[in-house]
Design a protein around this ligand. Structure first.
Ligand code: GTP
Ligand code: SPV
Ligand code: MN
Length: 600
């Protein structure tokens, strides 16, 4: 079980001394303890008893509030500091030796300066606190694609979340002992002061230092910090991809399953597409949807030339608002028990509640105050649930396959109120990489800052790519080589709005109609019309039986608007130029060629 030791000067529990990886781990833990001066060190093994003790401790100090055990057994509410509710992109840095390695897409700080700044914050910050050592594995524990890390944190809430989101504890430690390397992540909630908050990455050292936040991607270091920023850097060196993508399996009535990986920016529909429930007529016909992952995808070419993908995570840290029996029944079924809710509202009988769930009126808001209609929303827009992937009714039987699943199609998409049609297909891989590189989306509450502002978010990786986007695009292009059987690339927009400001496309389950068309294209069966931006379906190339589309929707969702795309391509050219001479020329040539065809 857990080993807790008390020392004036804390020394980690000695582990198998002959194993060099564990020596390295012990030494690092000792070094961190000397810096942060915790009262106690606890090595986490991921056991139930350890978890029960942590939950008890958090209940005692008010970090976790019990929810109604009759409706939501073993489920908890955590209310974060009101100034600590989302990722902080302006305080997130990539600290490589050379600024150009991090690129204009990242905030950069020289490693020496960053270490000095962070170590000053960490000095003595765990006095009186317990330091938890959390070994974890990203990906199925026996997968050759999986990678391990160790997060050291003073937040029991982080430990409880890491236990759901990763394969955490003894098995991960055993893998670290066998393997060559692991990612080190040092985390402290510090004073939760936004003025003393930084999320720093040192990809050349496989190291993360995060101080001053306890929330989501800032603090659960296995997720965005390791599985995207550090992993994307490693993936480039090693010939694979670490992407902000869901993975979903679509099984047709013939029993054939196609796996689709889709990159949408934060709070733009990944979890919902990953857990999609087919429309009634599709269900009757025998279509099934299987969830492999909802946020992160690691993929590499297999011996057969196809891309094979795993979900490095073991749970979902999903957006609560908008989740309902109508929009996402699989998510709702998953979170009826054994779930940590963060920053949601509660009903009078202590059930979790958020806007879009149902028409009940909450009793308390996300800050624990009595609900006041004039002080809405009751749930924070970035409130979340943390739950094991295994609890999802659509969890794929192949989600834990060590070799991963083969990808038939890659989908890019964003929130675009205007211009961008429901779906189009890239002509080839290079065009597809340009489609991904030039993606735009309106910002959401998943990060602090203004909401609804259009920004370029290439491959939905703007906040997450651990190195220069110019090199990232070149890395993507490099997969197109002899013997490769690459997926087709598509772009979707579920968020096109009409003149009345309402969404034109019903979305959610009906998105399967678009995925069916894509699979038809992959198989060479579905029809499309070539345009300068790619191949577009006409409305009747999709199965729209049972969907009520207004004439405006029929028109705008399937339209290629030349004038608007001309302006869009000016914007894209301007954006790409920010990457200067480092940008791969193939991408620039592609962009110039399309701009020329647009001009006609
Ligand atoms: P992160 O976890 O932040 O990466 O977000 P995500 O990409 O997984 O987004 P998620 O599926 O949680 O959806 C975010 C919001 O978009 C929720 O409020 C959803 O209800 C809404 N949403 C998802 N899919 C659709 C859709 O097809 N149409 C519309 N109109 N809204 C959608
Ligand atoms: C996102 O913002 O893309 C998320 C939530 O998935 S967080 O884990 O906070 O990054
Ligand atoms: Mn995400």
């Amino acid at each position: 079980s857990t080993s807790t030791e008390h020392f004036g000067k804390p020394v980690p529990q000695p582990l198998a001394a002959e194993a060099s990886q564990l020596d390295a781990l012990n030494q690092w833990v000792m070094e961190v303890a000397r810096l942060t001066e915790p009262a106690r060190i606890q090595w986490c093994d991921g056991s139930d008893s350890e978890h029960d003790e942590l939950v008890e401790l958090m209940q005692d100090d008010g970090t976790l509030l019990p929810l109604n055990p009759d409706t939501h057994p073993n489920s908890w509410l955590h209310l974060s500091d009101p100034d600590d509710v989302a990722r902080v992109e302006h305080l997130t840095f990539v600290c490589t030796g050379d600024a150009e390695t991090a690129g204009p897409n990242n905030h950069w700080m020289a490693p020496d300066e960053a270490h000095a700044k962070m170590d000053a914050l960490f000095a003595g910050c765990m006095r009186g606190r317990t330091m938890y050592v959390v070994p974890y594995c990203m990906g199925p524990i026996d997968s050759p694609l999986a990678r391990c890390g160790v997060e050291v944190t003073d937040s029991p809430y982080v430990v409880a979340n890491m236990r759901i989101m990763t394969r955490m504890g003894a098995a991960a430690l055993a893998r670290i002992e066998r393997e060559g390397s692991f990612v080190r992540g040092l985390h402290s909630i510090g004073e939760l002061d936004p003025e003393r908050r930084f999320i720093m990455h040192f990809p050349e050292e496989l190291l993360i230092k995060s101080y001053g936040s306890g929330y989501g991607g800032n603090a659960l270091l296995g997720k965005k910090c390791h599985a995207l920023r550090i992993a994307s850097y490693q993936a480039r060196q090693e010939g694979w991809l670490a992407e902000h993508m869901l993975i979903v399996g679509i099984e047709n009535p013939q029993g054939e399953t196609h796996y689709i990986a889709a990159a949408f920016p934060s709070a733009c529909g990944k979890t919902n597409l990953a857990m999609l429930i087919p429309p009634e007529s599709y269900r009757r016909a025998g279509w099934k949807v299987w969830t492999v992952g909802d946020d992160i995808c690691w993929m590499r070419p297999g011996a057969d030339g196809r891309l094979w993908a795993i979900n490095p995570e073991a749970g979902y840290f999903g957006v609560a608002p908008g989740t309902s029996a109508k929009s996402n029944p699989n998510a709702l079924a998953s979170i009826q028990r054994d779930t940590i809710f963060t920053n949601v509202a509660t009903t009078a009988d202590r059930q979790p509640w958020w806007e879009g769930l149902d028409d009940r009126v909450p009793a308390k808001d996300w800050q624990g105050r009595d609900y006041d209609r004039n002080n809405s929303p009751a749930a924070h827009p970035n409130s979340r649930f943390t739950v094991s992937a295994k609890q999802c009714p659509s969890y794929s039987p192949h989600a834990e396959d060590p070799q991963g699943v083969p990808i038939s199609a890659i989908v890019f998409g964003g929130r675009r109120a205007s211009l961008v049609p429901l779906v189009f297909e890239a002509r080839d891989w290079t065009h597809g990489v340009l489609v991904g590189a030039s993606m735009g989306s309106e910002t959401t509450a998943a990060a602090t800052g203004a909401v609804g502002v259009m920004r370029r978010d290439p491959m939905a990786m703007k906040p997450f790519c651990g190195y220069n986007f110019a090199d990232y695009f070149a890395h993507w292009l490099s997969f197109d080589k002899p013997g490769a059987k690459l997926p087709k690339i598509f772009h979707v927009n579920w968020f096109r709005k009409g003149d009345d400001g309402q969404f034109l496309w019903p979305g959610f389950g009906d998105n399967l109609r678009v995925l069916e068309w894509m699979i038809g294209r992959v198989k060479g069966e579905a029809r499309a019309v070539d345009t300068p931006i790619g191949a577009l379906p006409k409305a009747d190339d999709l199965n729209l039986e049972g969907v009520e589309l207004t004439p405006e929707a029929q028109d705008k969702l399937f339209a290629f608007e030349r004038e608007g795309w001309l302006r869009e391509f000016d914007g894209i050219a301007g954006y790409l130029n920010e990457y200067g001479g480092r940008l791969p020329s193939a991408l620039l040539v592609e962009q110039k060629n399309i701009a020329a065809t647009l001009r006609g």
